[in-house]
Design a protein around this ligand. Structure first.
Ligand SMILES: [Zn+2]
Length: 150
């Protein structure tokens, strides 16, 4: 499997589409270790009535309990710039690389990730942008809830 950032992003985008089709927030993620997708996930706050199932945290939970040596070789791939909660999870588990689909519709903790030595790649992907723009236009209230805004 190719581990080019754009190819990795396809796994996260497929999850984001799944979330949209379920009526949820269209954000997806994949955890890749040594070129293999270990787990995928998507934002399921609506579907599970969850406070914490963002794309990245859902993916980490789906991956299950992993030793630090695995996280140390991992890349977190996410369709959208990670929020403070997901940034914290990435830092906690010392995941060294993050690939982000886009950061135009939301700019999360990228500066903190970089300051802590995480390798951050932003792809500015047109489909990721379109998924979020469509969603925000339709569901402004739900989106504000997702990012802790009144
Ligand atoms: Zn998040």
């Amino acid at each position: 499997m190719s581990s080019l950032p754009a190819d990795l992003l396809a796994h996260a985008v497929a999850e984001a589409r799944k979330g949209r089709d379920e009526g949820g927030v269209p954000i997806g993620a994949a955890l890749v270790v040594d070129g293999e997708v270990v787990a995928v996930g998507h934002n399921r706050r609506v579907q599970l009535k969850s406070a914490i199932r963002h794309g990245e945290t859902d993916c980490l939970e789906n991956a299950g309990r992993l030793p630090a040596s695995v996280y140390a070789r991992a890349t977190m791939v996410t369709t959208l710039s990670p929020c403070d909660m997901c940034t914290g999870a990435i830092l906690l588990y010392k995941i060294p690389r993050v690939v982000i689909g886009e950061n135009r519709t939301f700019y999360g903790g990228e500066d903190l990730l970089r300051a802590r030595g995480v390798d951050v790649t932003v792809l500015d992907d047109a489909e990721c942008i379109a998924l979020m723009e469509d969603f925000i236009a339709r569901e402004r209230g739900l989106w504000n809830e997702d990012i802790g805004q009144p």
